[in-house]
Design a protein around this ligand. Sequence first.
Ligand SMILES: *[C@@H]1O[C@H](CO)[C@@H](O)[C@H](O)[C@H]1NC(C)=O
Ligand SMILES: *[C@@H]1O[C@H](CO)[C@@H](O)[C@H](O)[C@H]1NC(C)=O
Ligand SMILES: *[C@@H]1O[C@H](CO)[C@@H](O)[C@H](O)[C@H]1NC(C)=O
Ligand SMILES: *[C@@H]1O[C@H](CO)[C@@H](O)[C@H](O)[C@H]1NC(C)=O
Ligand SMILES: *[C@@H]1O[C@H](CO)[C@@H](O)[C@H](O)[C@H]1NC(C)=O
Ligand SMILES: *[C@@H]1O[C@H](CO)[C@@H](O)[C@H](O)[C@H]1NC(C)=O
Ligand SMILES: [Ca+2]
Ligand SMILES: [Ca+2]
Ligand SMILES: [Ca+2]
Ligand SMILES: [Ca+2]
Length: 591
Amino acid sequence: MEGKRILLLLIAISFVSTSDITSSIFGNFLEFVPAAFGDFNSDELTDVFVLTKDSKTLEILLANDIEPILRPSNLTCSFKNSITSIVPGDYDGDVFMDVLVTTHDPSSDFTHVHIIWGGIGTITCSNETEPLISMRGQPLAIDYNQDMIIDLFGTNIEDKRVFWVNRNRTKPEVVRMEKFNDLPLVPIKSPHSNSFLDLNDDYLPDLMITTEEAFEIWHGIPEGFKYSKRVEWPFGVVSAGGHVGQSLYLDVELKGSLDLVVPLCFDYQCRNSTIALYRDGWHDLQINFADPKKELWGFVPPDKWKNVMYTDAITLHTGDFNMDGYPDLLATFQTNKGKQTRTFLLENVECKICEGVNRTFEIHWDALNPFKNESVMGVFYDFYQDGILDVILVEYDKATEQYHTRAFKNSLDYDANFVKVMVLTGLTNSKYPISPGSVGKKKRTYGTNLPGPSIAYKTTTQEGYPRGAIAAQLPQSAHFSLNLPYTTFGLGRMPNYIEKLTVGVAGKYREWQQIIPNSQIVVIPNPITEASKWKVQLFVTPSKLILLSAAALTGTCGLISAIIIALYWKERREDKIERLQEAHRFHFDAM
Ligand SMILES: *[C@@H]1O[C@H](CO)[C@@H](O)[C@H](O)[C@H]1NC(C)=O
Ligand SMILES: *[C@@H]1O[C@H](CO)[C@@H](O)[C@H](O)[C@H]1NC(C)=O
Ligand SMILES: *[C@@H]1O[C@H](CO)[C@@H](O)[C@H](O)[C@H]1NC(C)=O
Ligand SMILES: *[C@@H]1O[C@H](CO)[C@@H](O)[C@H](O)[C@H]1NC(C)=O
Ligand SMILES: *[C@@H]1O[C@H](CO)[C@@H](O)[C@H](O)[C@H]1NC(C)=O
Ligand SMILES: *[C@@H]1O[C@H](CO)[C@@H](O)[C@H](O)[C@H]1NC(C)=O
Ligand SMILES: [Ca+2]
Ligand SMILES: [Ca+2]
Ligand SMILES: [Ca+2]
Ligand SMILES: [Ca+2]
């Protein structure tokens, strides 16, 4: 009896230890909060940009392939004002990743934009007294002029919408958005969920702007943006005193187009919350917020807490947790009495009662066990670079006002396939040519994080149905949107080839056929104007998975070569026989 109990306990402990991998990932450095993702040192492992010390210090946690996976580096910069966002990207076109840091100046209520210039494995902290730009609200990272140097969009200190176009390290060129519109432009909402992604299938990224009244869609044109339409807030919730959260664009039904998905509260306290989807009108996704104990939960009202990170806006983070292809969500809820705050997984499931939509999100109350402490944020991240998205959770201890970051391992209980695609800026720097590098050796790649590309695939399921999906890379960058610089599509148990992968960048696109499942590919759009020359590279990570697939590939190649040689010999022999026969016939005819 006792033995049995101990055995059960041991099983329970081993179960717990498989999901809580905090110490294998972060070692014992936990006093930080994640702010952005990007591959800083071009080793194809995604690093994490974090804030420490009351959000006044930026630090880059470099990713490794052996534990601890994410390690503190001496790449840090400190500021006097609080840091409000981090956006990695190449802002001067020298190939090396730079880090944009915004700080909030409480005396003027301005946001100061600083860029920390990056070099080979180094950064140069900027002088806080000389910000590159001062503005209101937070900027959105875009590429305004398709030169692969990251530009910014936002509200300047005169409350006008402007684009800041970067070239080299000089002051950016300022372009007023009014240039593209005769009518006055209403102010941008704060916090906003402005997005940069292609919505009209011309592969030129468009702008979705959240104003204080509605969503505005501006279509990308080669020399800027053209106003297209506006979408009113859903169900009049704002005028009724409710809240509209940060929007996302997702292919919720896997039909190859992106729908606008928005979390919202019908009332000020968020006791009655839901998620709405826009497609020719707003649809309520009928989320059931009652947990198994019949306790009702809802989103965290944006002004519940002052100065608690991540809670100033209702934010959803997306990723395909169960690899069935349908994008799932992570969201933070509180109980209706407001006593507890926690992050949960929302699985994308079929919906029979939703009008006009046939998918919805179902809350999985226990999916992130054993993490039951209060948490304020959860975001997907692939710790072991194996294509399966795990979760980074940020716990908040109200008593001590401290944050603790935790790592949750996603242990899928079946062999799911995936394809992982990362589109880079494709820039090169003649001063630092790219070294070829051997497998497993650190080497530099072509450029860094790029906002705006669209990535789509098409294939056929085992049952013979066509299937495909589309996603946008890094469409948002402000307010801790924490998008990954790559896209992972789950393919379920489907072992078939991906028939077609389409990548669109800056108005051009290229298709690749017959991609092997479980590929992790890097797309290098260089030269940007000649899509036929764009290249793909496999992620070179010395992980077991890659070595295994390399071995499998070598085996397959060997087999194919053997078959080809055999066929060739057979053909040659047949040719010979045929030629002999021909010769005979010739003699015959001649006679
Ligand atoms: C940072 O650390 C690396 C080794 O981890 C070292 O080579 C480099 O010199 C250090 N840089 C500074 C500025 O301390
Ligand atoms: C930063 O800039 C200010 C004003 O231009 C200057 O006085 C100060 O010395 C600079 N600080 C550093 C560390 O360069
Ligand atoms: C930046 O570009 C401008 C205009 O193209 C040029 O005049 C200037 O010399 C460049 N500055 C640097 C540091 O390269
Ligand atoms: C939430 O609000 C909507 C719109 O006002 C209403 O239709 C719905 O019945 C409410 N749900 C609950 C549980 O109160
Ligand atoms: C989902 O709904 C669309 C219409 O919105 C319909 O055409 C499609 O067949 C439905 N799919 C399934 C699997 O029911
Ligand atoms: C929950 O919080 C307590 C106290 O901060 C901590 O000791 C414990 O490790 C946390 N549990 C999990 C699963 O994160
Ligand atoms: Ca750079
Ligand atoms: Ca640019
Ligand atoms: Ca477009
Ligand atoms: Ca899913």
